[in-house]
Design a protein. Structure first.
Length: 273
C-alpha cells in the first residue's frame, strides 16, 4: 500500500513538472516568435528620396569656403535644374539630412545671418527685438512622376520660418550650398516706402551666383526688379507688394495680439529663364 501511494505521488509530481515545463517552454517559444514578428514587420524602413553627396558629374568635388565652413558649389546647369524642379513641384517629401547636406541648426543660423545681412534686423527688428518663433523642415520637391531612384542631395531645400513682433519670413535654403535661393518677408512695422531694388544684387551674391550684367530692370510701377544671371539661364527677381486692409479692418499678425491695417511683402527669388 505504501509503495502504491509512493508511485502515485511520484506520478503526480512528474505530471506537474511536465505541465509546468511545457508552459514555460511555450512561453519562451511565443516570446521568441513575437520578437521575430516585431523585427520583421514592426520596423518600417523608409528609403530617403535623396542620396548622399557623390561629387560633381565630371568626377571632381569642387568646394568653396563660406564663412568658417566648406560648402559644395554647383554648376549653373545644376542650379537651373534644381530651381525648375523646386518651382514646379506638386508637393514636398520630408526627409532627414544626408551626407553633404547642412543640418537644421546650420540652416537656422544661415537664415538668421541672411536676414541680418539683407538689412531686415536693423530696419525691422530693432536691436532689442527677438524672434519668438522658428521652424525648419527639410524636403525635396515632389513631381507628377514617381521617383525611380533617389535624387542628388542638392535637390533638397530647408524651409525656415521666422516670426517676430514686426516680421514674418519664410526662407528656402539649398540643402547642399546652404544659400538662400528664395525668401518671402512680410513686414508689419517700419514699412519700406519703395522697392529696395539695390538689394537684389546683394541677394544674388549671397545666393552664391553671379550677375551677367550690371543693369537691374525695374518695371514702370516700381514694384518688381529683375537681374539676369550668368549664362542668361537664370535670373533673380525682387517683388514688392503693399497690402492695405480695407473697410477699416485690422489684422492680427503676431502671437502677441498686435494689430495693424497695413503691411508690406518683399520677396526674393532665383528663377530659371
Amino acid at each position: 500500500m505504501k509503495k502504491t501511494y509512493k508511485y502515485m505521488f511520484l506520478t503526480i509530481l512528474l505530471a506537474l513538472v511536465f505541465i509546468f515545463g511545457s508552459m514555460v517552454g511555450m512561453n519562451i517559444i511565443l516570446q521568441i516568435r513575437e520578437n521575430q514578428l516585431l523585427s520583421e514587420s514592426g520596423i518600417a524602413v523608409i528609403e530617403s528620396p535623396v542620396r548622399a553627396w557623390q561629387g560633381r558629374a565630371d568626377g571632381t568635388d569642387e568646394t568653396d569656403k563660406n564663412t568658417d565652413e566648406e560648402r559644395y558649389s554647383l554648376t549653373t546647369m545644376q542650379v537651373k535644374d534644381v530651381v525648375e524642379r523646386w518651382n514646379n513641384r506638386q508637393g514636398e517629401i520630408l526627409h532627414n539630412p544626408v551626407e553633404g547636406q547642412i543640418s537644421m541648426m546650420e540652416a537656422v543660423r544661415e537664415g538668421e545671418e541672411w536676414l541680418k545681412l539683407i538689412g531686415m534686423k536693423e530696419e525691422v527688428y530693432g536691436t532689442d527685438t527677438e524672434l519668438n518663433f522658428v521652424r525648419a523642415t527639410l524636403s525635396v520637391g515632389m513631381q507628377k512622376d514617381a521617383l525611380s531612384a533617389p535624387l542628388e542631395p542638392y535637390y533638397s531645400f530647408w524651409t525656415v520660418h521666422f516670426s517676430g513682433s514686426y516680421l514674418d519670413a519664410v526662407l528656402c535654403l539649398n540643402a547642399v550650398t546652404g544659400r538662400v535661393w528664395s525668401a518671402r518677408i512680410t513686414i508689419y512695422d517700419n514699412l519700406p516706402q519703395e522697392l529696395p531694388y539695390e538689394k537684389l544684387r546683394q541677394f544674388v551674391e549671397m545666393a552664391g551666383l553671379q550677375a551677367a550684367e550690371d543693369t537691374i530692370s525695374v518695371n514702370e510701377e516700381g514694384m518688381q526688379a529683375v537681374l539676369m544671371l550668368e549664362d542668361n539661364l537664370l535670373y533673380a527677381q525682387l517683388k514688392y507688394q503693399n497690402v492695405t486692409i480695407e473697410d477699416n479692418s485690422m489684422v492680427e499678425y503676431t502671437s502677441n495680439g498686435l494689430l495693424h491695417d497695413r503691411y508690406v511683402i518683399v520677396s526674393y527669388e532665383i528663377l530659371a529663364d
